[in-house]
Write a protein that binds this ligand. Structure first.
Ligand code: DWN
Length: 408
């Protein structure tokens, strides 16, 4: 196997989470009587460019095709984050009705709707048909295709160039990374801007966020590696921010290398130095992760089995992809966690991949009154703990499991 960026041979195993079904492959009632596919979940480290990565065990077209389970608007916190981004960008850069804003992986229009509401021309690019159709109901012009160099060339041919090109939580989902970044180079106008957000591998390692490892996350980025990738493809990253979203993400701001309209912020060198001081350009930095992951696993299993033996009822709240990685790596099934709850209509009535725990709508909590509620998307912990305050009436206890078991 070779590194998807620098093509060096991949010799270093970062972590092996065993075989698991893809974390967003929710099952219908009928699917429970059929075979269920599991794939290896092995993560490798390139010892040349330090890109942490998973081979394309499951074809990305089968993951993000017709039906995708994740809708960006399913979490208020994320929609608020997108709205704040739009307001910040309009303050900082001259984005107006004469400009074109293009978002790659625009999902259900959660972000572009805020530019559209201001009369700024937008174009969404979204491969999942169900999400693209929701965006179109919000009057967001959406191309229902995967983004790549070919699509970029086609758009350029018909006169579409991006003055602002946005990509949030998409770069990690792209097997052919070089083709994707080449496509952005084609689509971005001469003095155009790129902003991209993606989970920061430094935070994943520091906070033991192994549950964010799943088949659709092909790459896990440090700033050192992202900077090398963008420089290689003729971009300059002129600013970077560390964000709290999704367990700790980076937002990068990039431009064409020959565009001198933006000054390079000190933030760029500061973060490069921080990562180098943290020895993220050394293999040793990436070693020992599995031991911490296993410690989290056994402490969670001990907790859940003890509650079960006491006759307690445990539910999961938030049928996130990360919950499925956690449950499948820990071998948790519907005997220890009896049900899950989620506000996403698409997920309700379906079953979690691997564990086959049924997903219910939120009212199921009040009708069943579980003693223990394990919050899957710990990245929305505060929002969810507040939302579930009513469960205290029957003495429910709320927990998260990452980075370690904590009560809230
Ligand atoms: O990269 C990705 C990240 C951004 O989102 C995607 N590949 C997949 C997805 O990962 P995830 O499913 O782990 O993401 P979330 O946003 O942590 O999932 C939250 C889940 O919890 C959703 O199914 C919605 C649900 N939810 C809920 O039921 N009630 C969320 C909140 C805040 C709530 O109050």
């Amino acid at each position: 196997m070779e590194c998807r960026f620098c093509k060096s041979s991949l010799e270093n195993l970062f972590i092996d989470l065993g075989h698991a079904p893809p974390s967003n492959s929710f099952l219908s009632e009928e699917d429970l009587d059929k075979p269920e596919l599991s794939f290896p979940l092995k993560v490798f480290l390139c010892d040349k460019c330090f890109l942490v990565q998973i081979p394309e065990y499951k074809n990305h077209r089968d993951i993000f095709g017709q039906e995708y389970a994740y809708f960006s608007s399913s979490s208020k916190g994320w929609v608020e984050h997108a709205k704040n981004y739009v307001e910040m960008m309009l303050q900082r850069f001259p984005i107006n009705e004469r400009k074109k804003v293009v978002e790659i992986a625009s999902n259900d229009g959660y972000l572009l709707q805020h530019f559209h509401a201001r009369g700024i021309p937008v174009l969404g690019i979204e491969p999942s048909t169900n999400a693209a159709e929701i965006a179109r109901t919000k009057d967001i012009n959406t191309v229902n295709q995967f983004f790549n160099q070919t699509l970029a060339e086609t758009l350029k041919t018909v006169g579409t160039r991006a003055d602002l090109l946005i990509g949030n939580n998409v770069l990690a989902h792209v097997p052919d990374l070089n083709n994707f970044v080449c496509g952005m180079k084609t689509l971005l106008n001469e003095d155009g801007l790129i902003t991209m957000e993606f989970p920061h591998v430094m935070r994943m390692i520091e906070n033991c966020e192994f549950d964010t490892i799943y088949h659709e996350h092909f790459s896990y980025f440090s700033f050192l590696t992202i900077n090398e990738i963008f420089e290689h493809h003729g971009f300059s990253i002129f600013d970077v921010e560390e964000l709290p979203t999704h367990g700790g993400s980076l937002r990068i701001y990039a431009k064409h290398k020959n565009d001198d309209t933006q000054q390079i912020s000190e933030n760029v060198n500061q973060l490069l130095s921080k990562e180098k001081d943290g020895r993220m350009d050394r293999i040793e930095y990436y070693q020992g992760f599995k031991d911490r992951v296993e410690d989290t696993k056994y402490k969670l299993l001990e907790f859940l089995v003890s509650r079960k033996l006491e006759g307690k009822k445990t539910f999961a709240y938030g049928a996130a992809a990360k919950l499925n990685t956690l449950l499948n790596f820990c071998g948790i099934r519907d005997d220890t966690i009896q049900a899950a709850v989620d506000t996403t209509p698409y997920k309700q009535g379906k079953y979690l991949p691997g564990s086959h725990i049924k997903v219910h709508q939120e009212s199921y909590l009040a009708s069943e009154k579980p003693d223990i509620i394990l919050i899957g998307p710990w990245n929305y912990r505060d929002e969810i703990v507040l939302r579930l305050s009513y469960t205290r009436e029957w003495g429910a206890r709320l927990f998260t499991a990452i980075p370690s078991l904590q009560e809230h």
